[in-house]
Write a protein that binds this ligand. Sequence first.
Ligand SMILES: [Zn+2]
Length: 243
Amino acid sequence: MLNFIFLVTVFIIGFITGGLLNPIIIFAPKKNYRNVSDLYCPYCGRKYKFYEHISIFSYIFLNGCCASCNQKINYTNQYVILINIIFYFFSYLVYGFSPFAIILDLSLSICLALAVIQVKYNCIPRKLLIPCFVLALLTFIPQIGGDIMYYSKLIAAAVATVFYLILAFSIKSKKEEGLALITVAVILGLQNFVYALFLAFIFVILFLIFQSKKGGKMFNKIYIIPFITAGYFISALTGALFL
Ligand SMILES: [Zn+2]
């Protein structure tokens, strides 16, 4: 019974934070990167209010419609709510309600938003990345970070830096991608970070195979954040099982 209540609570928290990701995805990029069709109602031209971007709020109070012209709002990022609930659900199963789980969940939510933003708008807003990095630094406190030793985190951060420098020389890679890698490295520690990198690498290969099968153009630039987010998620939740 207690577990059921916890599960429902985790679901609700995942649902609410997931719902907040849509306005974050829309507003976090700098003004010149934002998409006009996300910001303004295509029917009446009015700029949507912040709360109208929160689909759950909008569906409950406004029937999912523009507040002035009553035309349906086209919500394009709704899958992030589901992914966010999945993140929170599995993190609860592995870590329970712990300080580390809170850091993990929040950082995964931010990484998810960053992944969508990078793919949709080709930018990585620092106003999201820096708070995520600060969350990672909090895990140096033993009561929050759990069993992972600080030197494991530091070596992982060094590995992330070297990996980023290799990326920066081989494909055009942004500084923000380096900081994202270091953030994940600090949270996970060395073993799980290497595991996350390995998973991300596998996902990139699968993605490239899928793209070439589809006859799509090979990318001259691969977005790093979605792959490292997927690797981060799976590594954080299964790393303890294998390593
Ligand atoms: Zn309207």
